[in-house]
Design a protein around this ligand. Structure first.
Ligand code: CA
Length: 243
């Protein structure tokens, strides 16, 4: 049984866990943040302009928006104000090259939740994002430490996965994939849905990465056990359940 029953809640169903919108026009910084977050199992969508940021931001499928203050078209402050005016309440972490109280106040008044000055250590960015994610819509999901199916337990805080008490080592991507399966327990998930959730919208739709990762995950969590948790639903995709 799940600690919380997610299968009946549309609100929670529409929450995309660990999806971050990164708004940054500097390639070097965007690449640095993207690589770091992806390694931590986040799906990152990149917007390089203010207009893209607003278009993505309104979709509301992110738990956090990392927003650079200086962009080629609109600035971060305008984007923030615009999103808040449209009732987008996704937590926003503003990035700026300027470190003055004035800039900080502008960012916070515009509706940003937190503020960081470049350059910064990736660890600090990560810590701040984690704090913001806890405040976002998926609060109950993020706050529930353990997710269960049959004799498998996934712990979000320690990032440990155990089956029948045996510790299973997963890569960050495999962990995210399993977590998504657990959250959507009993539901059939198409390859496209999984791809968008775990790899982001920019992933090549023709890639077979989903099948490859599902195979790897099965090898680790199912191969040595009688009850197979991940099922192939022919013609549709995959689902996870204990039956
Ligand atoms: Ca910039």
């Amino acid at each position: 049984m799940n600690e919380i029953d997610l299968s009946t809640s549309n609100t929670l169903d529409s929450v995309y866990y660990k999806r971050v919108l990164l708004v940054e026009d500097d390639d070097r910084i965007a690449d640095f943040i993207q690589r770091g977050l992806k390694a931590e199992g986040y799906a990152v969508e990149l917007a390089r302009t203010g207009r893209e940021a607003i278009a993505f931001g309104k979709e509301g499928q992110f738990q956090t928006i990392i927003l650079d203050l200086g962009l080629p078209d609109l600035d971060g402050q305008q984007i923030c104000e615009h999103l808040r005016a449209k009732r987008v309440d996704t937590p926003i972490l503003m990035l700026t090259a300027r470190d003055t109280v004035h800039d900080k106040v502008i960012g916070l008044r515009a509706g940003a939740d937190d503020y960081m000055t470049k350059p910064f250590a990736f660890e600090e960015l990560l810590a701040r994002i984690e704090v913001l994610m806890r405040r976002s819509v998926g609060k109950t999901i993020i706050d529930s430490k353990e997710m269960l199916v049959a004799d498998l337990v996934l712990n979000r805080e320690t990032h440990e996965v155990r089956r029948g008490g045996t510790l299973i080592n997963l890569t960050p991507k495999e962990f995210s994939l399993l977590e998504f399966f657990l959250r959507m327990q009993g539901k059939v998930l198409s390859r496209t849905r999984i791809l968008e959730q775990i790899w982001g919208y920019s992933a090549d739709p023709l890639t077979n990465v989903v099948d490859v990762y599902v195979r790897q995950l099965r090898r680790k969590i199912d191969d040595d056990y009688t009850i197979k948790l991940i099922k192939t639903v022919r013609g549709f995709g995959y689902k996870l359940d204990a039956t």
